[in-house]
Design a protein. Sequence first.
Length: 183
Amino acid sequence: MDGDSIPPQEICRLASRHGALVFVDECHATGFLGPTRGGTDELLDVMGQVTINSSLGKALGGATGGYTTGHGPLVSLLLPPAVVGCPSKALNLLLESNTIIHSIAAKTQWFCSKMEAEASHPICPVMLGDAQLTSRMVDDMLKRGIFGKARIWVQISAVHNKEDIDCRVEAFVEVGQLHGALP
């Protein structure tokens, strides 16, 4: 969640040697990472070696449902047919057009430029370095209708417009100044 990386090839080799499975939580990366937007396993060159889970709830802005890719019996066990329809449609929308991806990328850029932050992903960490300050700011952000936890993650989704993004930036500036995190 902080951008840390792991040695995926080594982990997959170790898992294979011991008959273990490797799971990757893809909820922040669905449709965004990898040369063809195939995800974390494509980016890290471990396709076919890992089981992928995604709630679709982060990168795609709260899409309902989820998916799991991996060995057939495991997938059959985990996902009842009733919850497959919506994620399947969300993934089809991603494959049919780049419109959603370009929209989220533009909105992410807009937010980051307003926040004077660098990010290349719709999930934007706002690191304050002080847990108590972050907690107070989260409480005040919630009073302004913006949900967060001790670590404030900003999620830009396809349904946000520039006014939504400006509202969040203004709230960050106001609350940051209120708590002395910003000048």
